[in-house]
Design a protein around this ligand. Structure first.
Ligand code: 5AD
Length: 477
């Protein structure tokens, strides 16, 4: 059977989609090639969120096409995912060697399309249609993580799309309208993963805090009044009965996943501050498997810019959520996304973002240079900033974020932290790597038998992005 090399750009959702595509191909008898050089089929699963992500995939494909045209003209080339969705057939016009373009609602068809193309039944295939129910089609996981050893952690897609329409963001156009899977369907997938040895599940979606707000499927799980109160409910840190009327569908989902025996940890990404109701904050207090870690994209510290971005919250509301989260658990690891150089961002606006970074002291942050995206309102806004200004602000903010991140890591030195051991360290495969509940990476000397275990390690050294631990010291105690 032919072999397939699948390369993924972009977010965890893309990683998850690729995993499912790979599983389908393997189920049909294809093998996964270790590199493009030996593959019969090369698929690039693309990202559109910033121009450089698109550019990387286009450059890669241009190189592959040039190389294969001379040496192995039979190799099948395809674009999948977000850029495939937003550009469609245009990609084949630009790169005529490309055989396959499959959008974000058709990942489950990729294996069939590859079959058709290889068998010569079809010449070129472009499928960027919408498909009802496509949010529930991505279920396959590589059995026991065939490609990466026994999987300890897994991503589970709970919804697709986004209706927030932030003015900078291409996602509503590449991923479509919000569509949520039902709670029983998601729980069934999680159960299967746990039965295979998965200890930690990350619930994935473009805007997970909107889970179940827009479709009747998940509304069936319990009466939900969250539309009325914006999902806020009353902040109560005491244990509240499951599925109380004020509980948002997303928190109901977390509760249902939390009940799975054998599952140790739950994470989710990405939420929107607008949907971060009191019930979600309270969930951290009453659901011990929901680890103390929150990735909460703020985008800007300026109310004026937040409004232009159509974010739907103010700086002070964001700060309030951070305060609530830290009140629940002072150990909460908090990360964020920030865009610098949004159209019209003044020095004063930028200073507000710097001040917010100092005030919150994020454990880490992704800092992005604003990139105009097709069809988005911000791309047509006046006062687009010059590249040098964006570049300078990016460096300035990044330096502050890194300095704070390093300082916060240092605080961990000497402490004993619980980690879930995931496998060999990416940087040095002779060592093992795990994550703390607050999502910090810990590298330590361990052995095969530690993989999949929750264990306590003493942090002996903190580097800017990694902690180094010593389990032996704790084991001797
Ligand atoms: N330019 C720069 N960054 C962007 N992001 C989304 N759209 C853009 C854009 N047009 C960033 C946001 C988002 C993250 C995934 O990517 O910060 O949270």
């Amino acid at each position: 059977m032919p072999s397939v090399f699948l390369k993924t750009y972009g977010c965890q959702m893309n990683e998850r989609d690729s995993e499912a595509v790979a599983a389908q191909l393997v189920a049909k008898g294809y093998s996964l090639a270790p590199s493009e050089a030996v593959a019969d089929v090369v698929l690039l699963n693309t990202c559109s969120v910033r121009d450089n992500a698109e550019q990387k995939a286009v450059d890669k494909m241009t190189n592959l096409a040039g190389q294969f045209r001379k040496q192995r003209p039979g190799v099948l080339l395809g674009f999948l995912g977000c850029m495939a969705q937003s550009r469609g057939k245009e990609l084949i016009d630009q790169l005529p060697d490309v055989d396959l373009v499959v959008g974000t609602q058709k990942f489950h068809r990729v294996a069939d399309y590859v079959d058709d193309l290889l068998a010569g039944r079809r010449d070129k295939i472009v499928d960027t249609e919408e498909e009802r129910g496509s949010e529930a089609t991505i279920k396959e996981h590589l059995l026991n993580g065939a490609a990466k050893g026994k999987a300890v952690t897994a991503f589970v897609s709970i919804m697709q799309g986004c209706n927030q329409y932030c003015t900078f963001c291409i996602v509503p156009y590449t991923r479509g309208q919000e569509r949520s899977r039902s709670i029983p369907d998601i729980v069934a997938e999680c159960r299967e993963l746990v039965a295979r040895g998965v200890k930690e599940i990350t619930l994935l979606g473009q805007i997970v805090t909107s889970y179940g707000r827009r479709n009747s499927e998940s509304a069936k799980v319990g009466k939900c009044e969250s539309e009325k109160d914006g999902g806020a409910g009353r902040l109560s840190l005491s244990h509240s009965p499951a599925f109380s009327p004020a509980t948002s569908p997303f928190v109901q989902l977390i509760e249902a996943v939390h009940a799975i025996e054998g599952l140790e940890r739950i994470r989710f990404t990405s939420p929107h501050p607008k949907g971060y109701g009191d019930d979600l904050v309270a969930a951290y207090a009453r659901l011990p498997k929901l680890v103390e870690s929150a990735h909460l994209p703020v985008q800007s510290g300026s109310d004026r810019i937040l409004k232009l971005m159509h974010r739907g919250y103010t700086r002070s509301r964001f700060l309030e959520i951070i305060r609530q989260l830290r009140a629940v658990n002072p150990e909460m690891g908090i990360t964020t996304d920030i865009i610098v150089g949004f159209p019209g961002e003044t020095e004063v606006d930028f200073a507000e973002t710097l001040a917010l970074a100092h005030e919150v002291e994020f454990d880490n942050a992704f800092v992005f240079k604003y990139s105009p995206r097709r069809d988005t309102p911000a791309a047509a806004m006046p006062d687009q900033l010059p590249e040098e200004v964006i570049e300078a602000r990016h460096s300035q903010l990044l330096a502050i974020i890194n300095e704070i991140a390093e300082r916060k890591n240092k605080v961990c030195e000497g402490r004993v932290l619980q980690i879930l051991v995931e496998g060999p360290s990416r940087k040095n495969p002779a060592r093992l790597e795990g994550r703390t509940r607050a999502n910090k990476i810990v590298v330590f000397e361990g052995s095969e038998r530690h993989i999949g275990q929750l264990m306590d390690v003493r942090i002996v050294r903190a580097a800017p992005f990694t902690l180094y631990g010593d389990p032996a010291i704790v084991n001797l105690n």
